[in-house]
Design a protein around this ligand. Structure first.
Ligand SMILES: Cc1cc2nc3c(=O)[nH]c(=O)nc-3n(C[C@H](O)[C@H](O)[C@H](O)COP(=O)(O)O)c2cc1C
Length: 211
């Protein structure tokens, strides 16, 4: 028996968010909140839920790590032949969600992804520890495998053959170019602050949303 979760309740009192303090560019607002999350020592501040949609309009979601953010968007790295990779290949529309528990903040982002260049993917791949690079090379991400031994054998074989550790063709980055951004700050009595940024041409339109 699990505890009575319907009775679990926390009040959000840490902070508030008002129009006046919002940056007119949501990327800067996002960078500010991400910095706050890092400064507050939130565990895994760059962890984000990535939602994709398959050809039957079935959404799927999983966590990936944000690896950089710039004026073009938010970037992450993965296997291009994974479930998410296949879904993004057919339908590049995706959504991201961050939840920074300790700050009582949520950020939602929607837009289209595109693949990062080989050069950028290689640069990031080569920054990873050797063991993670080998794991990325030998793991057929999202495919059924017989057992754990299968993976361990593949690593051992890879090391034994003294193979080069170069970025696999099917591994690399995506960047999500945002069309919308929403910043949510938890408030008392569920009267949270929410602001939606929508890209209209080159400008961002900001509206407050009901919680
Ligand atoms: C904290 C955390 C960070 C993760 N970071 C990544 C990542 O950056 N890239 C990645 O491909 N998978 C990452 N994963 C694993 C994914 O959640 C997922 O299991 C995997 O990518 C396969 O997803 P798919 O079958 O939907 O393609 C992470 C999981 C967790 C819990």
């Amino acid at each position: 028996m699990i505890p009575d979760i319907s009775a679990l309740h926390s009040e959000y009192r840490k902070s508030k968010l008002s129009e006046g303090e919002l940056h007119e560019n949501p990327i800067y607002q996002f960078e500010k909140w991400l910095t706050d999350a890092i400064d507050a020592k939130v565990k895994e501040p760059t962890a984000m839920t990535l939602a994709t949609v398959n050809e039957n309009n079935q959404p799927s979601a999983r966590i990936v790590l944000l690896k950089f953010v710039n004026e073009k968007g938010l970037a992450f790295f993965t296997n291009y032949q994974s479930r998410k990779g296949n879904e993004l290949n057919k339908n590049p529309k995706a959504a991201l969600v961050f939840f920074w528990t300790e700050l009582e903040r949520q950020v939602r982002v929607e837009g289209k992804v595109s693949k990062l260049s080989r050069k950028i993917s290689n640069e990031y791949f080569n920054l990873r520890p050797k063991e993670s690079r080998i794991s990325a090379i030998i793991s057929p991400q999202s495919q059924p495998i017989p057992n754990r031994q299968f993976l361990e054998n593949r690593v051992a074989e890879y090391l034994k053959n003294n193979n080069e550790i170069i970025t696999p063709e099917n591994w690399g980055g995506y960047i999500l170019t945002p069309r919308t951004f929403e910043f949510w700050q938890g408030r008392e009595n569920r009267l949270h602050d929410r602001f939606l940024y929508k890209k209209i041409g080159k400008r961002w339109k900001i509206s407050r949303l009901a919680p």
